[in-house]
Ligand binder design. Structure first.
Ligand SMILES: Cc1cc2nc3c(=O)[nH]c(=O)nc-3n(C[C@H](O)[C@H](O)[C@H](O)COP(=O)(O)OP(=O)(O)OC[C@H]3O[C@@H](n4cnc5c(N)ncnc54)[C@H](O)[C@@H]3O)c2cc1C
Length: 375
């Protein structure tokens, strides 16, 4: 039986950032990912925005890791040639009624320690985004965009270079705690010809994204239930992409469900419109019953009156691992904790947005928990 110090379950951006952080300090690190490639789930189905940290409750893990992760993501991307653009963004009030909420959002961002926020008026909005209609906006200078896929692969490349073993097509199917260790049952390979392997490890890290509740349950921990909330995108067709220069957001959803359907100019010059937010009934339900394009055109017209349904085509979608049920309200924080019954396991649950941005800071937090486990 193979022996490990640390075994990470899940090869998304969070698992790969953790693999990088812990393999810098410890040997015999394994990362296992059920799919044939890393980052195929939520980590490559998002807006690719490096968030600033303005939206989250003060002192929450989301606020703390987003703000630290913002800086760390820029630094890492520069150092490892991950494509990114430091664009800044506008959060726009569509009318004077929304301006009070806009001012409250600015204050929240400042309370969180986000620097450089500035209220601007219609003339300055137009000089940056000539086709956007709004009465006021917050300029958020620390926001940017990054190639999410390349970021995941760069974290994994550094981890491998430091000696981490990254195993793909490897699904964790059982976790048996022993004295100071956990036996991890893994199915390796395609379903028909899959082989069973067992690795005994001193520490397990659950970074399984949408499946983190089910992985926690393998250890007998049923504390969490994840509700997939689909975010769908449209793309603005061809030359009409020139209607948007950078990143333009409306005010966020009132109940914390999402940041609102926004415009993102990608690194490739295309413009995404989305993501929407709908509770769906499966953790692989990316495409069933997609919203009609007319719905996107209707909501986009508030900020971009020139947009027409014919300018849009359906794009991809992603699933948020929400901890708040459909009938609930409010923002649930990231869960990053040692397991209450099995101290050699660390659980990461509900790592929804801003998880892409926060990943390198979450990874430092987890490395500290691992250090305490080994002390
Ligand atoms: C529509 C949308 C837009 C978003 N936009 C942004 C944004 O602009 N900026 C931002 O910062 N964040 C954004 N996010 C959030 C961000 O994408 C996520 O927080 C982040 O990708 C989560 O990464 P993860 O590694 O936790 O999860 P995942 O990427 O889902 O990775 C988990 C991995 O675990 C694997 N796994 C699960 N179970 C097992 C098992 N039993 N054995 C082996 N492997 C297993 C899965 O296959 C998967 O690859 C967005 C999210 C969505 C849905």
């Amino acid at each position: 039986m193979e022996q490990a110090n640390i075994l990470i379950i899940g090869g998304g951006v969070v698992g790969c950032a953790i693999a990088r952080a812990v393999s810098a300090r410890w040997q015999d690190v394994f990362l296992v990912e059920q799919y044939p490639k890393l980052g195929m789930a939520t980590s490559s189905r998002n807006s690719g925005v490096i968030h600033s940290g303005i939206y989250y409750p003060k002192n929450s893990l989301k606020a703390r890791h987003c703000i630290a992760g913002n800086r760390l993501t820029y630094e890492f991307s520069k150092e490892h040639n991950v494509p990114f653009r430091h664009t800044g963004k506008l959060v726009v009030a569509a009318n004077t009624q929304e301006e009070e909420e806009l001012a409250a959002l600015k204050k929240k961002g400042e309370d969180n320690g986000v620097e450089g926020l500035r209220l601007i008026g219609p003339a300055e909005i137009r000089s940056r985004e000539p086709h956007i209609a709004g009465t006021a906006a917050i300029e958020v200078p620390s926001t940017g965009i990054v190639s999410a896929e390349e970021l995941v692969h760069a974290y994994a490349r550094v981890a491998s270079g430091q000696g981490a073993n990254i195993v793909k097509r490897a699904k964790v199917v059982s976790l048996e705690p022993g004295k100071g260790t956990i036996r991890v049952g893994i199915l390796i390979g395609d379903e028909e010809g899959a082989q069973s392997e067992t690795i005994e490890t001193r520490c397990v890290i659950n970074a399984a994204g949408l499946y983190a509740d089910e992985v926690a349950a393998l250890l007998g921990n049923n504390s969490w239930k994840i509700y997939p909330v689909r975010g769908e995108y449209c793309e603005i067709r061809g030359a009409r992409a020139s209607l948007i220069n950078d990143l333009v957001y409306p005010l966020p959803h009132a109940h914390g469900l999402s940041l609102g359907v926004h415009f993102t100019k990608t690194l490739w010059g295309t413009v995404l419109l989305g993501p929407t937010a709908t509770y769906v009934d499966g953790k692989d339900n990316y495409e069933r019953e997609r919203l009609p394009i007319a719905d996107f055109a209707h909501s986009a017209k508030t900020l971009l009156p020139e947009i027409e349904e014919r300018d849009l085509q359906l794009g991809y979608s992603g699933l948020r691992p929400k901890l708040v049920p459909p009938e609930g309200t409010g923002i649930a924080d990231f869960v990053i904790t040692r397991d209450a019954a099995v101290p050699q396991a660390i659980q990461l649950v509900g790592i929804e947005s801003p998880g892409l941005t926060a990943a390198p800071s979450i990874a430092e937090h987890v490395a500290q928990l691992v250090a305490e486990t080994f002390d």
